[in-house]
Design a protein. Structure first.
Length: 192
């Protein structure tokens, strides 16, 4: 997994470049920013049922220093999405990053569920032995079934052609956003 972090405000300027080797190919990465790291979940199992969620040390990378990557393996889940920070108000100091996944497992023929699943990814950059991924915690939602039983089915019709599109019903496609509205609302004033 490769990263390039700008060393100045100039996007045409120089970059600090990083490469982190993984034993399996990091397929389908979806990067997210958190105060303590850049988080990138990937599908990396030989049967694509095993997923990784990894974090790299953002603080050190912004300074161009040697940085480490820490990964956690999650078996028998769909594609993971780490929450991505929006806005100026940061999460509480030390808050773990949240990881979400849709339920079911396409490769096992389980195409429906009634939950979204959440994990908390707490990274300790000083002592990696203390890094933890806890969960999943089920968030109950209305029952759903994957469109066309998930991906690689080319079942979505398009107007004006016989060529069909691939369905991606087994994964959360949208970026998962974290926005600390409570902290932001404390610092703002309303004028009536």
């Amino acid at each position: 997994m490769c990263y390039a972090v700008s060393s100045s405000p100039d996007p045409f300027g120089s970059y600090y470049r990083y490469e982190f080797l993984r034993p399996l190919f990091p397929d389908y990465p979806r990067p997210a920013v958190w105060p303590d790291g850049y988080y990138v979940p990937t599908s990396t199992g030989d049967e694509v049922i095993q997923k990784h969620t990894c974090a790299v040390d953002r603080r050190r990378m912004l300074l161009g220093q040697h940085a480490a990557e820490q990964c956690m393996i999650v078996d028998s889940v769909n594609f993971l999405n780490n929450v991505d920070l929006d806005g100026q108000a940061l999460p509480p100091a030390g808050a773990p990053n949240v990881v979400l996944a849709a339920g079911g497992t396409q490769l096992r023929g389980d195409f429906e569920d009634d939950g979204i699943y959440a994990w908390r990814f707490a990274v300790d950059w000083n002592d990696p032995a203390n890094t933890r991924l806890t969960g999943p915690q089920k968030i109950a939602v209305a029952p759903y079934q994957y469109l066309c039983d998930g991906q690689l089915t080319t079942c979505v019709r398009q107007p004006g052609t016989d060529q069909h599109l691939d369905a991606q019903g087994d994964k959360l496609m949208a970026r998962v956003v974290y926005r600390n509205v409570k902290a932001a609302s404390r610092s703002s004033r309303c004028i009536q």
